[in-house]
Design a protein around this ligand. Structure first.
Ligand SMILES: Nc1ncnc2c1ncn2[C@@H]1O[C@H](COP(=O)(O)OP(=O)(O)OP(=O)(O)O)[C@@H](O)[C@H]1O
Length: 603
């Protein structure tokens, strides 16, 4: 069961937006100035029109009209330039703020503790940095410039109407209640339906993601039908909500049209009466009517883009919401001594289901300790806590007395079961561990783990593009690549939780040698998936049901005849020498795992 990612409240979203605008106040002031200039320039011709009507009505010579025409043309030209500048400025401002938001969201996502990510689900997060950023981006690039220009135009048009005559201004405002009523009807209905639509899209992404990630399991258990049914259901919900949004919007348009009719009719009827009473001229009334008619476009623009603004607002709240999640601050403390100690560590993924119960273990500097135990005993959890990826519920995980999650990067590194091959040249994949590493250093690291021969044999050698869409690597090769990264990073403490079983028996033996070479001289905690790994370690710790049940050297524990001795004899009888296989394992193009987000370096 996953909890939802938080959504920022309107107040939090506004505060965030205001902070962003304050940080760019010069740009904002310039944008407002050009916007007002453009709106003013487009109001002038209309008021000049009223003046022309009165001049013609009073029988002025046609030569008297020419200077007015020239002034109007010049102002229109300036207005055009100002309008273009405003559009560019607004969209640039919007894009910059959005770029900042995207970086902030991805930054937070990458620093989220693994447990948080597991809890909230990756699909929703992807929907936020994908669909929501797209919705906010479209609003910033297209809707926002239009709306800002429309707002300025509406403001200056109303001011100009009052400037012609306050009674005409008031007549124009008669439509205001109708507009407000339309908005009052629309907004409370649209906000939840837009939020529900975005949530439905997020839920559909989550389902698609889960089905694609677990595609092997889906095939294995023939769950295709059930998954398709669930995805169908989520798609239908998203579609129905989209149709509902459209139906609501159509009804809203009808209400806006009524408000426009009411406003124009009021100006014309009241204007007729005002002219007869001698309060205003025909020209002024004509100008007021044209000004009001010209408001149709900007007001409609503002109201009709409300849906997009609301969608963008909902998206913005979802993106800002990600920023409210607590992230793991990067550690900075140096290492005093390379010993690794877990003291009285307890842990649970789900409340009330204890996974680790008071684990205490110490790995001395340079010592190699193997963790063994049956499936689900808690080995990977111990390794993750030792690497600082998971935080103990109670108890401590320290290295040289410093909590492991407070150590500077590069001191503790973990090679996990789910090594990721990032798309790109193989050498760049290696350099993730040490970006400044020379080609020679990278080759030396590959040689140390016994991977140089196959890396050189790739179509383009070390520059071969590997990972998603690139040259496929076997599981064993991906693991060796991770071990070579470990060598390149050169951490004092190494945690190994590799999936040697995936590599076939010969491949597994080769990987064991690679791991031995990579961890030589380092304090090493090794999750032994094959007991030969334990046999080669300095010490063995046996874990069962989240507790340490035995501890000692391989020979000592075998001689004791306890739990480890039973595991060892069972392992021996299952793993009599077999003819060497190719050790190729399944094709491996990289799986995403929790390894993107860690305190200890994940290799
Ligand atoms: N992300 C998770 N969410 C909930 N429960 C989990 C999670 N990861 C592991 N567990 C549970 O915690 C317990 C210990 O798991 P862990 O992976 O640490 O065991 P393990 O000894 O490494 O097993 P294996 O040898 O199969 O890898 C298991 O019962 C497992 O189902």
């Amino acid at each position: 069961m996953t909890a939802a990612l938080p959504i920022a409240t309107p107040r939090q979203t506004w505060r965030w937006l205001c902070t962003q605008l304050r940080a760019r106040r010069l740009e904002l002031a310039f944008t407002v100035a050009t916007g007002l200039g453009a709106a003013g320039a487009s109001v002038v011709p209309v008021t000049a029109l009223g003046f022309l009507v009165d001049l013609v009505r009073d029988g002025a010579a046609s030569a008297a009209l020419v200077p007015i025409g020239l002034v109007v043309a010049a102002i229109a030209l300036l207005g055009g330039i100002a309008a273009g500048a405003t559009t560019t400025m607004v969209s640039r401002l919007g894009e910059r703020i959005l770029a900042h938001l995207r970086e902030q969201t991805v930054g937070v996502a990458l620093r989220l503790p693994v447990t948080t990510l597991d809890r909230v689900g990756r699909g929703d997060l992807l929907a936020r940095v994908g669909a929501d950023v797209a919705a906010v981006g479209a609003a910033a690039a297209e809707v926002l410039p239009t709306v800002i220009s429309a707002l300025f135009l509406a403001l200056l048009s109303v001011t100009a109407m009052f400037g012609l005559d306050w009674r005409l201004g008031l007549a124009g405002l008669a439509a205001m209640p109708a507009y407000l009523l339309a908005l009052r009807w629309y907004l409370p209905r649209s906000a939840p339906i837009y939020a529900a639509e975005r949530a439905a899209v997020g839920a559909r992404s989550q389902l698609l993601m889960e089905s694609l990630q677990g595609v092997r399991t889906v095939h294995a258990y023939r769950l295709e039908g059930r998954h398709l049914h669930a995805i169908d259901g989520a798609s239908v919900r998203a579609r129905d909500l989209s149709v509902g949004v459209f139906a609501l919007f159509t009804r809203f348009v009808g209400r806006i049209n009524r408000a426009e009719l009411l406003g124009l009719a009021t100006i014309l009827i009241a204007g007729f009466w005002f002219v007869r009473s001698g309060w205003v001229t025909v020209g002024e009334t004509a100008a007021a009517a044209v000004l009001f008619h010209r408001l149709f476009n900007p007001v409609s623009m503002i109201l009709f883009t409300f849906d997009e603004i609301q969608a963008a607002g909902a998206g913005l709240a979802r993106l800002v919401g990600v920023g409210t999640l607590p992230v793991t601050p990067p550690g900075v403390r140096p290492l005093a001594a390379a010993d690794l100690t877990l003291r009285d560590v307890t842990f649970e993924y789900d409340e009330r289901v204890p996974v680790l119960r008071g684990i205490t273990l110490r790995v001395a500097p340079g010592e190699r300790v193997a963790l063994v135990g049956s499936t689900g005993a808690g080995k990977t959890t111990v390794a993750s806590i030792a690497a600082g990826i998971l935080r103990p519920l109670t108890g401590t995980a320290t290295a040289g007395g410093v909590p492991v999650d407070q150590l500077a990067p590069g001191i503790v590194a973990i090679v996990s079961q789910e090594t990721h091959v990032f798309a790109g040249p193989l050498i760049e994949d290696l350099r993730l561990a040490r970006p400044a590493a020379t080609a020679e250093a990278a080759e030396a690291a590959l040689a140390r783990v016994g991977a140089l021969h196959w890396a050189r044999a790739l179509p383009d050698g070390l520059t071969t593009v590997v990972g998603e869409g690139g040259h496929p690597l076997t599981a064993a090769q991906a693991q060796q690549l991770a071990l070579a990264r470990l060598v390149l990073l050169d951490p004092a403490i190494a945690i190994l939780d590799e999936a040697t079983a995936e590599a076939g028996s010969a491949g597994a033996r080769e990987l064991e040698e690679s791991a031995l070479a990579a961890t030589k001289g380092r304090t090493t905690l090794l999750v032994a998936h094959r007991l030969t790994q334990a046999a080669g370690a300095d010490r063995v710790v046996v874990l069962e049901h989240g507790a340490v049940v035995e501890e000692g050297t391989h020979d000592g524990l075998v001689a004791e005849g306890g739990r480890y001795a039973t595991l060892w004899s069972a392992w021996r009888s299952r793993n009599q020498p077999t003819p060497p296989d190719q050790g190729a394992g399944p094709n491996y193009t990289g799986r995403s795992g929790p390894n993107a987000l860690s305190t200890g370096d994940f290799l």
